[in-house]
Design a protein around this ligand. Structure first.
Ligand SMILES: Nc1ncnc2c1ncn2[C@@H]1O[C@H](COP(=O)(O)OP(=O)(O)OP(=O)(O)O)[C@@H](O)[C@H]1O
Ligand SMILES: [Mg+2]
Length: 217
């Protein structure tokens, strides 16, 4: 088991988010220590993506607070963004760039030097079983490869907290990607389908919460 620190990696308190009449997230509170993993389960429409989009600063909450390593998401937004890695539910990347170009572009966004960026990119291509695809354009990759690249893009800046929305989506039944993520940062991993066999490693040391109708059950 990971050693717990007294510092929360991620703390959510009283989070509420509505869309018109729809209460997507209702007074949600979660604390995650360094080294912990949280699996976040619930049916379609339970509010999982809304929750992680608020944590990542993509959506503003109606009420509640989010802090990353004791920094307020609202007050220290840019610092929090650097501490977070996020792989969204839908694949988001550049179709016309190669895998290597995409990884190095993200490194530049985070002001990493070229040597560091290339070393991390090579390591991530290896961990995500994409070495043979390094010079292929994103748009020509198979669906699961796109997903693996998207996860790699979330890790280039070595975030302290990793958030994967539907972490198993598109991944094949081999465990290597999940195994590679065992070196992952702590974080939230929302999933609609529960815990398929090939993600067991990913979830092995994690906590689980079931989420529905905007509430933890
Ligand atoms: N942009 C939006 N505008 C209006 N309603 C929205 C919007 N995004 C989400 N919702 C609603 O908020 C609720 C929660 O949606 P959300 O996408 O967070 O669920 P989810 O748990 O991630 O579902 P899934 O398992 O399908 O990914 C749903 O009722 C959804 O219709
Ligand atoms: Mg979702």
């Amino acid at each position: 088991m990971p050693v717990k620190s007294t510092e929360y990696a991620l703390s959510i308190s009283g989070l509420t988010k509505t869309y018109g009449d729809v209460i997507a997230v209702n007074d949600l509170s979660i604390d995650i220590y360094q080294g912990e993993t949280l699996g976040f389960f619930g049916p379609n429409g339970a509010g999982k993506t809304t929750t992680v989009n608020v944590i990542c600063g993509l959506l503003a909450a109606d009420a509640g607070e989010v802090s990353i390593h004791c920094k307020s998401l609202v007050d220290d937004y840019h610092q929090c963004k650097r501490l977070l890695g996020f792989c969204p539910q839908e694949v988001v990347f550049w179709e016309a760039l190669t895998c290597m170009e995409q990884l190095t572009s993200v490194g530049r966004f985070y002001d990493l030097d070229n040597k560091t960026t290339r070393a991390r990119a090579n390591k991530l291509l290896e961990v995500m079983r994409l070495v043979d695809q390094r010079n292929r354009l994103g748009g020509t990759l198979a669906g699961g490869m796109k997903r693996r690249l998207n996860i790699a893009l979330a890790l280039v800046h070595e975030p302290l907290v990793l958030i994967l929305d539907e972490p198993q989506a598109g991944l094949d039944s081999r465990g290597e990607v999940a195994g590679g993520l065992l070196t992952r940062p702590p974080g939230v991993y929302p999933s609609e389908r529960g815990c398929p066999a090939h993600c067991k490693n990913l979830w092995r040391s994690g906590k689980r919460q079931v989420h529905d109708g905007g509430r933890i059950l």
